[in-house]
Design a protein around this ligand. Structure first.
Ligand code: MG
Ligand code: ZN
Length: 222
């Protein structure tokens, strides 16, 4: 046998291909059930869970909302999100540093998608491999907190390039950490020209209206 490609590369390509097939099936199921699916991806500690908790609470009065949340080891995020009264399920990935379509599919097993308007998928904190895994979502949101470097989009271009919307979190801390919004914006636009950028604080609620508007418009245009 002539090994034109290392075996691991071939295995990895097959894994990704299988993922794409399942993600396509998920997307079709979401469409049929008329559920709007939003995934959130960021580095660890960028405030995804606080942001999502606030989002679920805000949507709950008007929409049927649910969330699946991926974490390496703990169930803490699910417990926290459950305070919003939304349906929440934890995916504990052990050593796997990203979610894949199979994990999402399994997590949805005992929910009827027809009972949902919005489904949020919080990925494991990681800006690298989540970019390669389609989860069947309709809107991919990448988060960047003001406590991270303004050049993070330049360091992790692929994830920013696969996202539809960027959210800058913890904007209430911007001054204290001397975050330069213009530079961050510039970095984002350099890797993904035209991508909408929203600044929010899950703590003060600043920017949440704008974010909710994006969600309403995403659902309207489905
Ligand atoms: Mg989290
Ligand atoms: Zn990974």
């Amino acid at each position: 046998m002539i090994a034109s490609q290392p075996r691991l590369v071939i295995v990895r390509q097959n894994v990704l291909k299988n993922n794409d097939v399942l993600a396509r099936e998920l997307r079709e199921r979401f469409r049929q059930a008329d559920v709007s699916v939003v995934s959130l991806v960021s580095s660890p500690g960028s405030g995804k869970t606080a942001f999502l908790e606030r989002t679920l609470s805000a949507l709950r009065s008007q929409y049927r909302v649910a969330a699946v949340v991926g974490d390496l080891a703990t169930h803490n995020d699910a417990v926290r999100l459950a305070r919003s009264q939304a349906l929440v399920k934890q995916i504990t990935t052990d050593t796997v540093c990203h979610l894949d379509a199979k994990m999402v599919d399994a997590a949805l097993e005992d929910w009827d998608l027809n009972d949902l308007d919005f489904l949020f998928i919080e990925n494991v904190g990681n800006l690298v491999c989540p970019s390669s895994y389609d989860l069947g979502e309709g809107l991919r949101v990448v988060l960047l907190s003001v406590t991270e470097g303004e050049d993070k989009p330049l360091k992790y271009p692929t994830i920013f390039n696969t996202a539809d919307l960027a959210v800058i979190t913890k904007i209430d801390l911007a001054q204290a950490v001397e975050f330069d919004l213009a530079t961050a914006n510039h970095s984002i636009q350099a890797v993904r020209p035209g991508m909408p950028v929203i600044q929010v604080s899950a703590k003060t609620g600043e920017g949440m209206d704008r974010w909710l508007e994006e969600l309403y418009s995403f659902r309207r245009n489905r």
